[in-house]
Design a protein around this ligand. Structure first.
Ligand SMILES: *[C@@H]1O[C@H](CO)[C@@H](O)[C@H](O)[C@H]1NC(C)=O
Length: 777
């Protein structure tokens, strides 16, 4: 061991099966089986996989592509029908499974690559995530059939599994299972040893991927014959000694307790490899190890589970042997007959954790004991190897770190009593509480496929190159905004609240809720969100041209023409009008300002930042919401300020200030100016009242504004800024007036008379205008 550079940790848990009592058989509480792409349910042994249609409420995907093949697999097994159909994901798609039991769950993903229309599944490349774990990273498969089996610990009320196609590719899936695992199958902690006798703890939180599940010296055991639907394969191909041909079998000797679902089936415990099963019955062989070799990935931790059952001995204390992982002796002089309470034939397992730092081969051996007077023999009945999928915390995280923590395992009176020790892996976020409780119902009612989805923190780290400072595109009291690129190539703006601060929680929830409800060309759309213990992150569509404010003043100002400015104002007004007359209920934005109006690559305005938005029963009944004053200085509705009553007209006031910014090319508040000029609204209105508004127009556009357009625009701004909310126009009226200002500008530019008389312009259809006038004024 020393000097070989390999570190072996192991955990050892003895379970006294005979004393444990279970009801017969294992009935998983959560049991989701879906035959993707299939139009009808599929029976596999005694399990029924739901048709894709019946399972559609678990899936959110932008486009339904259901694939079928007539190709019949050469392997004919009862699960073959699952491979005949598939679902193709052209964009990020998520399954969300409500979880009733907060325990470990199997996730089994079935793949069979075939060609359907333009989709050649053997060329597909994609990643699969759950919570904060990567299940598959840039995965592709060309094999006829493969099943990827994971087990994840689920602590939230739903399990989200996300499929993300790689750039220019797609994802596919033939079938999926999400099934509760008996909660004592993987225990949390145990004693661990290595050279250093360090401890490994926290297995409960680990995501495990099954590498191999082997029945030593026995036949293949198909999922139909395993209480937990696991598949066990024979061990021949892993054996180093090719000349071993004999199996040792004594199934009658296996003495299960009242355990209903069994840690492994009798076909596993009742068959074995022993030293004496070598074909060449030469005494030399009794002194040599019996070795199996498995392919693994270097640098990862593996859980190695040995299944033992002494089906060989005729009496107690006759079989002693050594067990090795690589060159490390993990179980010296093992006597199975006394380990489980003086009895032969009692099945059990032993868990070890090992990490291979220099090799990608994992070697398991059993060999004779060197105790004097002991017959040289050894036995192994079954073996499972599971890869531990660590949470990646930093770009260059050393996977060895963070796993060495204390563990205590105490066995009293034959029962295993696990004393939970302080949770390790502090960075493992366990609480993935669903923020948007109304989410699921909204999903069906608004039928928006791009409904805001939870995004694993890991994915966000990846998208921002671990929050690389060079990607920061904005900052504020809340934290930072980063530019990021998701795996599928989508550009996103990532707003990360200062980690650890709980202050913004309400704003965060509000924003997720609001944006999930609204989808509009002139509102920034939410791509997803992430809330893990310390993190509150929102992902928006990336809006290429930044804030309106940055185009109007400051170093980054651009030369927006008057018409462009009008079009931007019209777009923003449309967005706000949509909010105010909302599809479900009216919403007050409450923080309308030029830094919250973003411009896309075509200078289309998008209203952003709904953190302060308000809605509620009060709003639709009495027309205002009583609330503490929030918002931005320079844009605040004076009436709201005085009465602490927020109405839709508060947004109209703030929008009036934005109109003035657009006209004058300066900020709403500029403290570098003489006192009377600091606040734009008051200053500009004094000019307007004296009929000299044109004197404070942004010089960049002063020459091109036509007088009628200016007049209309000025009047509109003035109305918006009326002291009394009731005197301000509705957002719909503002919109109409701005369109009018644009029309006047265009008519004058083309030197034509507007094709309609200003005062005859049809009013926009404002479905709520009647009620909003009566309610809000
Ligand atoms: C069995 O393997 C271990 C570990 O590689 C080694 O130390 C031991 O000497 C071997 N025993 C025999 C009998 O070859």
């Amino acid at each position: 061991m020393k000097g070989c550079g390999e570190v072996v940790y192991f955990i050892s848990v003895w379970l006294i099966f005979s004393l444990a009592s279970f009801s017969s058989g294992f009935n998983p509480i959560d049991n989701y089986l879906i035959d993707c792409g299939s139009s009808s349910n599929t029976s596999v042994a005694d399990r029924i996989f739901l048709s894709d249609n019946a399972a559609s409420n678990f899936l959110s995907t932008p486009l339904d592509v259901l694939a079928q093949t007539t190709y019949k697999s050469i392997i004919s097994s009862s699960d073959s029908p699952l491979y005949q159909t598939a679902r193709i994901f052209t964009k990020t798609s998520t399954y969300t499974f409500p979880i009733r039991q907060h325990v470990r769950h199997w996730i089994r993903l079935y793949f069979s690559a075939f060609v359907y229309e333009n989709y050649n599944m053997s060329t597909a490349s994609f990643s699969v995530f759950t919570e904060n774990h990567v299940l598959l990273d840039d995965f592709s498969t060309s094999s006829t059939i493969s099943v990827k089996e994971f087990s994840v610990s689920v602590t939230s009320d739903d399990l989200v599994i996300m499929f993300i196609p790689s750039v220019d590719s797609f994802a596919f899936l033939n079938a999926i299972e999400v099934v509760s695992v008996p909660d004592d199958l993987i225990t949390d902690n145990a004693v661990l040893t290595a050279d250093t006798f360090e401890n490994f703890k926290g297995m409960l939180n680990q995501t495990l991927e099954t590498v191999v599940r082997v029945n030593m010296g026995g036949p293949m055991v198909s999922f139909e014959d395993d209480a937990l639907s696991r598949t066990w394969i024979p061990d021949q191909s892993f054996l180093v000694d090719a000349d071993i041909i004999k199996n040792f079998s004594n199934i009658e000797a296996v003495r299960y307790g009242s355990n209903g679902w069994d840690f492994a089936p009798a076909t596993v415990y009742g068959t074995a490899r022993t030293l004496s099963s070598r074909s060449d019955y030469n005494s030399n062989y009794f002194t040599a190890n019996l070795t199996w070799i498995f392919d693994v990935d270097q640098g990862f931790h593996y859980l190695v589970r040995f299944h033992f059952c002494d089906i060989l001995s005729k009496s107690l204390n006759t079989l002693y042997f050594n067990v090795y992982i690589d060159s490390f002796e993990v179980l010296p002089n093992l006597d199975l007959s006394t380990m489980r309470g003086n009895s032969l034939g009692l099945p059990g397992y032993e868990d070890y954790v090992t990490v291979l730092t220099v090799s990608n081969k994992l070697r398991v051996s059993i060999g004779p004991s060197t105790l004097p007077g002991v017959d040289p023999n050894a036995i192994l009945n079954g073996l499972e190897i599971m890869k531990i999928k660590h949470v990646r915390s930093t770009p260059n995280s050393d996977s060895n770190k963070g796993v060495r923590l204390a563990a205590i395992c105490v066995s009293i009176g034959g029962f295993l009593v696990v004393i939970l020790v302080v949770v390790f892996f502090s960075f493992i976020c366990k609480k993935w509480k669903r923020l948007v409780t109304k989410g699921d119902s909204n999903k069906t009612s608004c039928a928006a496929p791009n409904y805001g989805i939870r995004i694993p923190f890991l994915l966000i780290q990846e998208a921002t190159n671990h929050f690389d400072e060079s990607l920061i595109i904005g900052a504020g009291g809340f934290g930072m905004v980063y530019k990021g690129v998701l795996k599928d190539g989508t550009k996103v703006a990532i707003k990360r609240n200062k980690p650890g601060s709980q202050q913004g929680l309400i704003e965060f929830r509000t924003e997720v809720e609001m944006l999930s409800q609204f989808h509009h060309r002139h509102l920034v759309s939410l791509i997803g969100y992430c809330q893990e213990e310390n993190e509150m992150i929102l992902l928006y569509e990336y809006v290429e041209n930044g804030t309106l404010s940055s185009h109007l003043c400051g170093s980054g100002r651009s030369m927006l023409s008057w018409k462009q400015r009008l079009e931007i104002c019209i777009g923003a007004a449309r967005g706000l009008h949509y909010l105010h007359t909302g599809p479900v209920r009216a919403v007050i934005h409450r923080d309308v300002k030029s830094t919250n109006i973003l411009l896309d690559e075509n200078l289309i305005a998008k209203v952003a930042d709904f953190g302060l938005s308000k809605t509620g029963p009060d709003l639709s009944q009495v027309g205002y919401v009583s609330t503490a004053v929030k918002g931005s200085f320079g844009y605040l509705d004076p009436e709201y300020f005085r009465k602490q009553r927020l109405t839709l007209k508060s947004d109209v006031y703030s929008f009036g200030v934005v109109l003035l910014e657009v006209l004058c090319g300066r900020a709403a508040v500029d403290s570098t100016l003489p006192t009377e000029k600091i606040g734009l609204a008051g200053w500009a209105m004094t000019w307007h009242k004296t009929g000299k508004l044109e004197q404070i127009i942004d010089p960049a556009v002063a020459g091109e504004i036509k007088p009628d357009s200016l007049r209309k625009f000025g009047e509109t701004a003035e109305k918006c800024l009326a002291e009394v909310g009731a005197k301000r126009p509705s957002m719909g009226e503002v919109l109409w007036n701005l369109e009018c200002a644009l029309e006047l500008q265009e008519a004058m530019e083309n030197d034509t008379i507007p094709n309609v008389q200003i005062d005859d312009l049809p009013k926009p259809v404002d479905k709520n205008s009647e009620s909003s006038i009566s309610i809000f004024e």
